[in-house]
Design a protein around this ligand. Structure first.
Ligand code: AMP
Ligand code: GLY
Length: 437
């Protein structure tokens, strides 16, 4: 709630946040610090979010239910966290009812919901992309994979919570994954089409920007760690940890604007796509320069957990500027601090895992943010309720300090089966060490 006398109560907003993960807990924390906030409502939320906002059980895929809820509670702005409700047209449904929304409409959400839509757009508007083909028939995919050889990347066309990608080191791995999708139906409708693309090599980074349809304002750079195991090995996950700033992108500021954002904005104008919200560009720094791995149409998870604590500007004011198309008049201020987020996960994740383990030590943690991602409350205890369960976020004057602060506190948290990567930020930490030698 605001304690700033400059903002009249009449100018304050009832905000509804949709989602229940670590990203949404980080968003809820930032929104609750806004001088423009009257009251924060969240559907469905989680126990961590429940400490700072009122949570309600409403189906996040039920557009009508959400519109009804927003009307009932005089909601002034809806902030959509995950991609599924956006791809399901929640922004369109809210706009049709004159309710302001932060997040792109159904057509614009195709940038994430359809890999073919995204790659076709990149090709047409000359954004830095890769060679690709798409297939609905296994025998066609097989012919293509056999002609190209490995390494090669096979992806499901639709949404798959970060798990629908196979970076195949051999032809057999690629064929097995394509067969899983196209013949065995492993990803259901999302995998009834696959995209087969050139395999890129290099370091990844996340570039998130606010977009109001005509203009963009970048957020601070961050780097996620998508692999499950130390040294960026093992299966792909939704993200095991993150840090910001990510100096790897710093020398590319001009290129990001000229080669990605300007053609993106020109492209959506030509295609008549209205894009308002966050554009998340997943990048790889290759020998040939920056290449786009993917677009996401929402904040990253766990990128948000390291970006928002560094944001000094008022998040609601920025989101209103996005919704109103007045972003060009906005300057966003960031702190120079370093943020690190380490994801604590359930044994078995990103494969199958058990839920309902009692988490201990949460009250012993000091000086860091403990973000809830997959938790639930039962008779006063906090239990695990997902693959990615908690995030520990530390802020400090340097990356090494942020890392030691985060890992010192993580040791106090426990449950049967807890695990986390011990090397978040390792590439940048190694570069810093080499600089000191
Ligand atoms: P996506 O969901 O498309 O971002 O893919 C998830 C992860 O798969 C990325 O973060 C990369 O680690 C990897 N990946 C995706 N596309 C490629 C590619 N063309 N070459 C190499 N790795 C890729
Ligand atoms: N951290 C990866 C994602 O949000 O998609």
């Amino acid at each position: 709630m605001s304690d700033n006398v400059d903002v009249k109560q009449d100018d304050c907003l009832n905000v509804l946040l949709i989602g229940s993960g670590g990203r949404e807990h980080a968003l809820a924390l930032k929104l609750s610090q806004s001088r423009k906030l009257k009251k924060l409502f969240v559907i469905p939320g989680n126990p961590g979010i429940g400490e700072i906002a009122e949570c309600f059980s409403v189906d996040i895929m039920g557009n009508k239910e959400i519109v009804d809820f927003a009307k009932q509670h005089s909601i002034d702005l809806v902030v959509v966290g995950p991609e599924d409700p956006l791809a399901n047209g929640i922004a369109d449904a809210l706009q049709e009812n004159n309710i302001k929304v932060f997040g792109p409409n159904k057509l614009a959400a195709q940038f994430e919901a359809s890999k073919v839509f995204a790659r076709d757009f990149m090709k047409k508007h000359d954004l830095p992309s890769v060679k690709f083909e798409s297939f609905t028939e296994f025998h066609d995919a097989k012919k293509y994979i056999e002609s190209k050889g490995a390494p090669i990347v096979v992806k499901v066309e639709g949404l798959a919570a970060g798990k629908g990608v196979c970076v195949a080191q051999t032809k057999d791995q690629a064929l097995e994954f394509a067969e899983d999708c196209l013949i065995r139906g492993r990803f259901g409708g999302s995998g009834s089409k696959v995209i087969v693309e050139e395999c890129l090599f290099g370091e990844e980074a996340s570039y998130l920007t606010f977009v109001d349809g005509k203009d963009f304002v970048p957020m601070v750079y961050s780097q996620d760690h998508k692999h499950a195991c130390e040294g960026d090995t093992g299966p792909n996950t939704g993200g095991m940890g993150c840090y910001s700033p990510a100096p790897i992108l710093e020398s590319f500021e001009g290129e990001l604007e000229e080669k990605i954002m300007k053609p993106f904005l020109q492209g959506i104008k030509e295609e008549g796509i209205e894009y308002k919200g966050v554009l998340y560009v997943g990048l790889m720094k290759t020998k040939e320069g920056l290449k786009i791995l993917e677009f996401n149409v929402r904040f990253g998870d766990p990128e948000t957990q390291v970006i928002l604590p560094r944001m000094k500007s008022d998040l609601i004011e920025v989101m209103l500027a996005v919704a109103d198309g007045t972003l060009s008049r906005k300057r966003i201020e960031w702190s120079g601090e370093h943020a690190m987020c380490v994801v604590l996960a359930s044994k078995g994740y990103p494969g199958s895992y058990e839920k309902g383990k009692v988490i201990t030590g949460l009250d012993d943690v000091n000086g860091v943010q403990v973000i809830h991602a997959g938790t639930k409350e039962d008779s006063g205890s906090i239990l695990t309720n997902g693959g990615r369960v908690l995030n520990v976020v530390a802020l400090a004057e340097s990356l090494p300090e942020a890392a030691s602060k985060a890992y010192d506190e993580i040791r106090k948290i426990n449950w049967n089966g807890v695990w986390y990567r011990k090397d978040i930020g390792f590439k940048e930490l190694e570069r810093l060490k080499r600089k000191c030698l």
